[in-house]
Write a protein that binds this ligand. Structure first.
Ligand SMILES: [Fe+2]
Length: 173
């Protein structure tokens, strides 16, 4: 394991839900892109690190796109401060910066993040408001590339309602 990976895991360990989300994002990344570069793998682990370093304040949903861009930049700025040895720093920075909306190789990261988020909504469904889960799931689905949507079939849902929402999106796609 690279020093930067150990460092990211150490920081995420302060919040086990975030650690789990990061590890699941890496798991899905390796499923959809088994030959993922080290920069992609590290981006998968660290893309949301800002949420642990400095917890999010109130979200204004009218500014959601702007907010998500800010969040991605905060994480990218943070990771770039680590000892990155031989890694391609610009590539890593841009991957994290673009993880919400994709673009080039960041499409893999965005899609792995969506798959990981379906599992998160499945786990959190009873704690969240149903309409918030539903709109979150729809967003995660719509931003995915068509070719990677086929991996949704591999998710093992535990919550029936979350499963219904996701399955109907797949069916009507
Ligand atoms: Fe994420």
């Amino acid at each position: 394991m690279l020093e930067v990976e150990e460092k990211i895991i150490e920081i995420l360990s302060k919040n086990l839900e975030e650690l789990e989300h990061a590890q699941k994002t890496l798991k899905w990344l390796l499923r959809i892109k088994p030959d993922a570069s080290p920069e992609l793998r590290i981006a998968a682990l660290g893309h949301d690190i800002d949420r642990v370093v400095e917890p999010w304040k109130v979200i204004d949903y009218n500014l959601e796109k702007e907010f998500r861009m800010k969040h991605a930049k905060r994480s990218a700025d943070f990771i770039i401060g680590f000892n990155l040895q031989d890694l391609d720093k610009d590539k890593l920075y841009n991957l994290i910066l673009n993880h919400e909306f994709g673009g080039g190789e960041a499409d893999w990261l965005r899609d792995a993040d969506s798959l990981s988020n379906f599992e998160w909504y499945d786990m959190m469904f009873e704690k969240l408001k149903a309409e918030d889960s539903e709109s979150g799931i729809v967003k995660m689905f719509e931003r995915m590339s068509r070719e990677n949507r086929r991996f949704i079939d591999e998710i093992k849902f535990t919550n029936k309602e979350a499963e219904e929402i996701v399955k109907s999106l797949v069916k009507n796609d």
